[in-house]
Design a protein around this ligand. Structure first.
Ligand code: SF4
Ligand code: SF4
Length: 342
């Protein structure tokens, strides 16, 4: 473990911004919320935030991206993948978001290697930060995601005038060579452990049982339509709970052709299973036409389907869905606790 003074860290970040060959992203305050956005100066970094509106996944899987373009003439047809990807450093990722990115890494390199996601991911350096403040809707401690030992290139812990820095990869150690550091003393190592332990006690919300029970609990309640109907009564099918979630990855593809059909682009953009048209297919068949079915699907997908396939519970407890849902019916901790109670 290394120690860097906050003054040196700020200079280091400003130097990175001025290098100008990679984008430097950091958590900043905007209109009384926190967001990941491009940094203009290190002083804008807000590493004591509680939660950001959107997770950092938008830098690996943008909301909308053109993935290829084509050109056609009488004799020729050319297709060009659009794979130009800017290197990035993302500063200030909380542990639950780092764990969500690790889940996405598995999914995008499973049966089909998604070169758009994976190229972006490879060109990102992830600098995590241990939480200093906790969102009042987060229940990350009970999901085991309030701290992490993996998924980062560097991990910062606030120690008053300094940051303790843990190195998670060779990308991280190479970057750390650009800043003045010293080895942490045994007392500082102990303080980092205390900070991590104390974070767990800051959460008001919790899942009242082990997340490992979720797949079975959900399997047993798949047919409990009374429960899903009652809880989804006020759902607007707006899809916000999908869009703000760090572990949602569904997308739609659209071909945007010029009217002449001589040129065009294939664009992919985020989609969400709570939207009414999500499971609509040709001939007008919709596999999840009812609101309650879509609502159930989202909770099944978080606590059961991804677990069955990858061994991960796909809710990291960030609480974003709960705080962004207007009728306040999207909170997985409430739904899962109620199901368990039943
Ligand atoms: S649960 Fe809430 S956020 Fe999700 S689709 Fe329904 S109304 Fe929108
Ligand atoms: S389901 Fe909600 S609480 Fe769980 S990871 Fe997604 S946004 Fe966060």
């Amino acid at each position: 473990m290394k120690i860097v003074s906050k003054i040196d860290f700020e200079t280091f970040v400003n130097d990175l911004i001025n290098e100008d060959y990679r984008e430097v992203i950091g958590v900043q305050s905007k209109d009384s919320h926190y967001v990941f956005d491009e940094l203009e100066k290190a002083e804008d970094l807000e590493l004591n935030y509680d939660v950001t509106i959107l997770p950092p996944k938008k830098y690996m899987m943008p909301q909308k991206e053109a993935i290829l373009e084509y050109e056609r003439s009488d004799k020729d047809f050319s297709l060009e993948p659009l794979l130009e990807i800017e290197p990035r450093i993302i500063i200030g990722i909380h542990p639950y978001d780092l764990i969500a990115i690790q889940q996405m890494d598995k999914i995008f390199s499973d049966t089909y290697e998604d070169e758009y996601y994976l190229n972006r991911r490879k060109k990102c350096v992830l600098i995590g930060v241990n939480m200093q403040n906790v969102s009042d809707r987060s229940f990350a401690a009970s999901m085991g995601t309030a701290t992490t030992e993996t998924g980062y290139d560097l991990m910062l812990t606030n120690l008053e005038k300094n940051y303790a820095v843990e190195v998670g990869s060779s990308k991280g150690s190479d970057l750390l060579e650009e800043v003045t550091t010293r080895n942490a003393s045994p007392e500082e190592v102990e303080n980092v452990e205390k900070v991590k332990k104390n974070i767990e006690e800051k959460f008001d919300k919790e899942l009242k049982f082990s997340p490992e029970e979720l797949p079975t609990l959900l399997e047993e309640n798949y047919g409990n339509m009374e429960f899903w109907e009652k809880n989804s009564e006020d759902c607007y099918s707006c899809g916000t709970c999908n869009l703000v979630c760090p572990t949602c990855y569904c997308f739609d593809m659209k071909d945007m052709n010029e009217i002449t059909l001589d040129t065009g682009r294939r664009v992919r953009q985020w989609d969400g299973c709570m939207l009414e048209e999500f499971a609509l297919v040709a001939a007008g068949e919709n596999f999840r036409e009812d609101r309650a079915e879509r609502y159930r699907h989202r909770f099944m997908r978080k606590g059961r389907y991804i677990y069955n396939r990858y061994g991960d519970i796909a809710c990291v407890g960030c609480g974003r869905c709960a705080s962004q849902c207007i009728p306040d019916i999207a909170d997985p901790s409430r739904i899962y606790n109620e199901l368990k109670g039943e």
